[in-house]
Design a protein around this ligand. Structure first.
Ligand code: ADE
Ligand code: ZN
Length: 322
């Protein structure tokens, strides 16, 4: 079955072995966050800190190119025809990598993988919610001032429990004026009000996670009516204990209510997952048949931040395979 993914953080996709190798090169001790070849963390806040520390050895554009190439090659090996990855210029900047160098390195990684396997990809530049609205404005301004054909979206990750979402509206307006697609993490650790805030103040067409929308029936109706697409990451939600088990995960209910859903891996090695495993979860844990799962892939391509000819060609590939 062909696959597509529209929610994955590139820093969060770094294999622990790659981070260990870079840590050795830059002489950083990672024994507190990588044990027995696995990332160790205990809760969402600690996960974000672990993620920041692991990212701190991505120090040269070549590290980002290699990471991006490695991730897209792995996606292609799992029959994925399209991948959209979040990049964080704030993380790169801490390590002295400038915005343009970051974008060129990530693009080169995608293009190297595309030449080998035919996989298509795009980049969504993200701001980090817990760094606040001013930092978000700076990221949006960078994106707008340096247009690049591979950067087609603007998003926001980080801790949605911090700052007032309305204060991020200027960053999203800047990105929207620059012609970028918009998405924001909401309804993961925040409740339905967090999703409502993202819709009302940021003008997004997609929501990262959004699963806790299920707690507000009116919001669920709004999502379905307005064709808002949820980038759902089931394995991530269980790992981070947003839900205790797949039986209590709301994806099937959201889908039954007419909400457009997609399945994604978020930060795969942190959650011991992959896009392949997420598709398996859709089948084995949620009981969806292949045709329905194929429709999730179609939704991802329909909602992708990509030009129309590329979208048409991806949809054709999906139809031909089915
Ligand atoms: N950054 C990386 N993974 C994230 C997640 N699951 N939620 C919010 N921000 C993130
Ligand atoms: Zn995410």
């Amino acid at each position: 079955m062909l696959k597509a993914e529209i929610h994955c953080h590139i820093e969060g996709a770094a294999d622990p072995a790659l981070i260990q190798r870079l840590a050795k090169k830059y002489q950083v001790d990672m024994s507190d966050i990588i044990q027995d070849g696995r990332y160790v963390w205990s809760n969402f806040t600690n996960f974000l800190n672990t993620y920041d520390k692991a990212s701190s050895v991505l120090r040269e554009p070549e590290d980002y190119r290699l990471l991006t190439y490695d991730y897209f090659s792995r996606l292609a090996a799992q029959d994925t025809i399209y991948g959209e990855i979040f990049g964080s210029s704030d993380h790169a900047a801490v390590m002295g990598i400038g915005y343009v160098d970051l974008v060129e390195a990530m693009s080169a990684g995608i293009e190297d993988a595309r030449r080998e396997s035919g996989i298509e990809g795009r980049i969504i530049m993200t701001c980090v919610r817990h760094l606040g609205p001013e930092a978000a404005d700076a990221v949006a301004e960078q994106v707008a001032a340096n247009p690049h054909p591979m950067v087609t979206g603007f998003g926001m990750g980080g801790d949605e429990r911090s700052f007032d979402i309305a204060d991020f509206s200027s960053a999203f307006a800047t990105a929207s004026d620059a012609g970028l697609g918009l998405t924001a993490h909401a309804g993961e650790f925040g409740g339905p009000e967090s999703v409502i805030g993202a819709l009302d103040h940021l003008g997004v067409t997609r929501i990262g996670h959004g699963v806790r929308s299920i707690e507000d029936p009116e919001l669920v109706k709004r999502l379905a009516h307005d064709n808002i697409v949820l980038e759902i990451c089931p394995g991530s939600n269980i790992s981070l204990q947003v839900y205790s088990d797949f039986a209590s995960h709301p994806l099937p209910k959201l889908f039954a209510e007419g909400v457009r859903v997609t399945i994604n891996s978020d930060d795969p090695p942190y959650f011991h997952t992959s896009i392949e495993r997420e598709y398996e979860i859709a089948k084995k844990e949620f009981g969806f048949d292949d045709a329905t799962i194929n429709d999730f892939t179609r939704t991802a391509i329909e909602a992708a931040f990509v030009d129309e000819p590329t979208r048409e060609s991806l949809l054709k590939r999906l139809d031909n395979a089915a």
